[in-house]
Design a protein around this ligand. Structure first.
Ligand SMILES: CC(C)(COP(=O)(O)OP(=O)(O)OC[C@H]1O[C@@H](n2cnc3c(N)ncnc32)[C@H](O)[C@@H]1O)[C@@H](O)C(=O)NCCC(=O)NCCS
Ligand SMILES: Nc1ncnc2c1ncn2[C@@H]1O[C@H](COP(=O)(O)OP(=O)(O)OP(=O)(O)O)[C@@H](O)[C@H]1O
Length: 219
């Protein structure tokens, strides 16, 4: 097992789940309850493809200038989404540009978190199971779980994407079973779970991890 992350004794936990499962919602609750540093891989990915981001030149070179907004010099996300979900070769090419840059940014964020005195770092990683990279870097894996039907409902309500577009994204991701097989802790966020009961589930996940990692937990 090779370790990419230098963690300086900081426990690093990976939070994952399919699109729309509720990772960001869980993460928002978690940071209210525990002294953790939240490292959001989607946000890092967005910053790399924002105006002048580190991935823009390589994307222009490999995909063509039509994928770059000429006025802002940022990624045309709608065009890229429509292109890569349904074309696994193109998706892998995009990932091969963005993922190594994400890894560098995460290393920096973990180092900063360790210096800042947090009890742990929570890494929100959509493709934790798919990448084969993260599981060896993490001390525990937390899976936010719900059915595919609930994922579709939530993403439709949030983004107004078509069912076909959402299904194409889900098809590019691990299955529910593959994720559950890798979980140390599962947080149920199914259709009937309210935000109040989700908070209770996050509390019990924290209690389980703090006990395992011997971190003081003030509930
Ligand atoms: C294709 C892009 C431009 C679409 O942008 P868009 O704003 O619509 O989506 P956003 O980046 O906010 O991602 C939303 C969700 O889509 C899913 N998703 C994103 N990229 C991927 C991928 N390569 N494979 C499977 N699912 C993905 C994740 O569940 C993610 O949480 C964008 O997702 C992208 O650049 N993807 C490649 C980078 C990547 O792998 N990101 C995932 C985090 S590591
Ligand atoms: N238990 C819940 N009750 C009601 N709404 C919820 C619940 N969980 C999540 N949602 C809503 O569902 C949508 C998707 O949740 P969220 O953004 O947290 O998912 P995600 O897994 O982070 O998605 P992505 O993979 O796209 O980043 C959001 O609009 C969120 O407010």
């Amino acid at each position: 097992m090779s370790f990419f992350l230098e963690k300086n004794n900081l426990p690093c936990w990976g939070l994952t789940g399919g699109i729309g499962s509720g990772k960001s919602t869980v993460a928002k609750i978690w940071i209210k309850l525990q002294n953790i540093s939240l490292i959001d891989i989607d946000s890092i990915s967005h910053s790399l493809t924002a105006p002048g981001g580190d991935a823009i030149d390589a994307i222009a070179k490999n995909f063509g200038c039509e994928f770059i907004e000429q006025d802002t010099h940022s990624l045309n996300r709608t065009k890229m989404r429509q292109y890569v979900f349904g074309n696994s070769e193109a998706r892998q090419k995009l990932e091969s540009i963005i993922h190594p840059l994400i890894h560098q940014k995460v290393q920096q964020a973990v180092t900063d978190s360790a210096q800042h005195g947090y009890d742990a770092a929570l890494l929100d990683i959509p493709l934790l199971v798919e990448s084969g990279f993260w599981q060896h870097q993490l001390d525990a894996v937390i899976v936010v779980d719900c059915s595919v039907a609930t994922q579709i409902q939530r993403v439709q309500a949030r983004n107004q994407l078509s069912i076909e577009a959402i299904e194409a994204i889900i098809a590019a991701q691990a299955t529910r079973e593959q994720r559950l097989a890798m979980a140390d802790v599962v947080i149920d966020n199914g259709e009937t779970v309210t935000l109040a009961s989700l908070e209770a589930a996050v509390q019990s996940a924290i209690a389980c991890l703090t006990q395992r990692f011997q971190i003081p937990f003030k509930s």
